[in-house]
Design a protein around this ligand. Structure first.
Ligand SMILES: Cc1cc2nc3c(=O)[nH]c(=O)nc-3n(C[C@H](O)[C@H](O)[C@H](O)COP(=O)(O)O)c2cc1C
Length: 265
């Protein structure tokens, strides 16, 4: 039961998952368990050490998670009995992630010990007011604390509802595939309003998949591989990257941009 160091790999678009993973990390440390946090977008799956306990954290997107997070999980090295646990954050419903991830890691030889889904404020479509968001974050972090304590005590489970989770998983894969299409990239194109942009380049630094490059004058150039983690729109200090699907153009962020920058920044 948590008698090895924990390597906790996570991605967070707008900060919800970051807060949950940070809090879990603190709880582990309070119990003298050594834990290191790694950002998935800055990590290579082949560097994952199956001699440690592995944690995975990510947001739910389109009923499962972002394609680049799937790729990381699917590329984890084989293991023989390495303990692994997961946590995700979501606005309301997933269905296509807990079971399918369990099958993937189990087939690679990991021992799945716990999975937990934590409701946090939505970061897309309808952005709640500050008071409602803060209340939800507080409740979510409390749940994260309890989950970490239960993991330490060995009182967690990573279950699976086979038919339902597979059906939702395949629905989600169709959604993720559609996200990649040219049509969708055109319909939902996130692009910078040159009049408002101050060329601070934070969007370029934050994009987890290098979908934002810089023009010669330092202004951002958005390519067509966006996976809609919403970092660029949410953290632009000038509000220069409007999100076409958000009600009244509001954006959400749970932390300051610097928390999500690569660790070497
Ligand atoms: C493109 C996209 C798709 C999402 N899909 C779902 C979903 O299927 N179900 C859900 O409950 N929340 C969904 N959400 C909401 C996020 O999962 C939720 O706000 C999460 O806590 C964000 O975490 P982060 O701040 O770490 O990125 C979606 C958000 C985005 C940006």
């Amino acid at each position: 039961m948590m008698d090895k160091p924990i390597d906790f790999y996570y991605f967070s678009g707008t900060g919800n998952t970051h807060l949950v993973v940070q809090r879990m990390g603190e709880v582990f440390k309070d119990h003298d368990i050594s834990v290191k946090l790694f950002k998935i977008e800055d990590s290579r799956p082949e560097d994952v050490n199956p001699g440690h306990i592995i944690g995975l954290g990510f947001p739910v997107a389109e009923l499962s998670t972002y394609d680049f997070v799937w790729k990381f999980i699917k590329s984890l090295p084989p293991a023989s009995g390495t303990e692994i646990f997961m946590v995700d954050t979501l606005a309301g419903f997933s269905g296509g992630i807990v079971g399918p991830v369990r099958e993937i890691v189990k087939n690679k030889g990991y021992h799945p010990t716990g999975a937990c889904e934590i409701i946090m404020p939505p970061n897309i479509f309808y952005i709640e007011d500050d008071k409602t968001s803060k209340k939800k974050v507080k409740k979510g972090i409390k749940k994260a604390e309890k989950y970490a304590e239960a993991l330490i005590k060995g009182k967690t489970k990573w279950g699976r509802v086979p038919l339902l989770s597979d059906a939702v998983y395949y629905t989600s894969l169709i959604g993720l595939k559609f996200t990649e299409t040219k049509l969708n990239q055109r319909l939902l194109h996130l692009k910078t309003d040159g009049e408002k942009c101050s060329k601070c380049q934070i969007c370029y630094k934050l994009c987890p998949i290098n979908n934002i490059l810089l023009n010669e004058d330092g202004s951002p150039k958005h390519l067509n591989q966006c996976q809609y983690c919403l970092r660029c729109t949410s953290f632009c200090p000038k509000g220069a990257i409007p999100c076409p699907v958000n009600y009244k153009g509001k954006t959400y962020r749970a932390v300051k941009a610097k928390e999500l920058l690569p660790d070497h920044e």
